[in-house]
Design a protein. Structure first.
Length: 237
């Protein structure tokens, strides 16, 4: 088995652990790869639909992992018990759904030693949720598959953190770690987000009725363009 792109980046952020839980597992490729490479001792793969678990079962049989991976039908973290998994992967879904799954079982999420998140879209809702509930982003990176860019975050709950904090709106969209680490794909990520933000702003400006958030969205666009100019010397998009 070989992983690449998005799945490989998710795997690379998984630390050595006892039990790995993959939420919304699809084919169970990530937990299977982690078991085969001794990254974890056992794994749990969950999905709220039966179809993906049928596919996951085929993966287990192909690599003889039936005795060390459990397949469970359930909604998010409801399928595992408290303290059962020390590392949790929640990937391949929208940012809103990710925050809902964590929020519905917040105590279980806080017990994990690390959670790997990979929102497919609506990434900007994930960080405010994490900040509000005491989670810290300890690592993040970008990867590309074809023309599509993906972002992966590794987070931990920090019970010693001060009161929940909210940061600049810019960092909800981009991520401080990507900036501090000068991720190789950061400029592409910024350019992509600037194009999307321009569409949002232009759409609001041309709307028949006033849009109350227009000034906020215009400010975000200016901040994104300023950041790109500062980091990449205003090279052409």
């Amino acid at each position: 088995m070989k992983l690449k792109g998005r799945l490989k980046l998710i795997y690379d952020m998984i630390p050595q652990c006892d039990t790995l839980c993959d939420i919304g597992t699809d084919h169970a490729l990530i937990p299977a790869y982690a078991l085969l490479n001794k990254r974890c001792r056992r794994a749990i793969a969950t999905d709220m639909r039966k179809g993906p678990l049928v596919q996951a079962k085929q993966t287990l049989k192909a690599y003889n992992l039936q005795s060390i991976m459990d397949l469970r039908l359930g909604n998010g973290l409801e399928a595992i018990s408290m303290d059962e998994a020390d590392v949790i992967v929640i990937a391949g879904m929208g940012g809103v759904l990710i925050t809902e799954l964590m929020g519905n079982q917040l105590d279980k999420a806080k017990k994990a030693k690390r959670i790997i998140l990979q929102p497919m879209y609506a990434q900007e809702v994930v960080r405010p949720f994490l900040w509000q509930h005491g989670f810290t982003v300890i690592d993040e990176a970008l990867t590309r598959e074809g023309k599509k860019l993906y972002q992966v975050l590794a987070v931990v709950y920090d019970e010693t953190a001060s009161a929940p904090c909210m940061k600049d709106h810019l960092y909800e969209v981009i991520g401080e770690g990507l900036i501090n680490n000068r991720d190789p794909l950061l400029e592409d990520w910024l350019c992509d987000r600037i194009k999307k933000q321009r569409k949002i702003v232009n759409g609001m400006r041309s709307a028949a009725l006033p849009r109350p958030n227009l000034e906020q969205e215009e400010e975000l666009l200016r901040d994104l363009e300023s950041l790109r100019s500062k980091l990449f010397n205003n090279r052409g998009m």
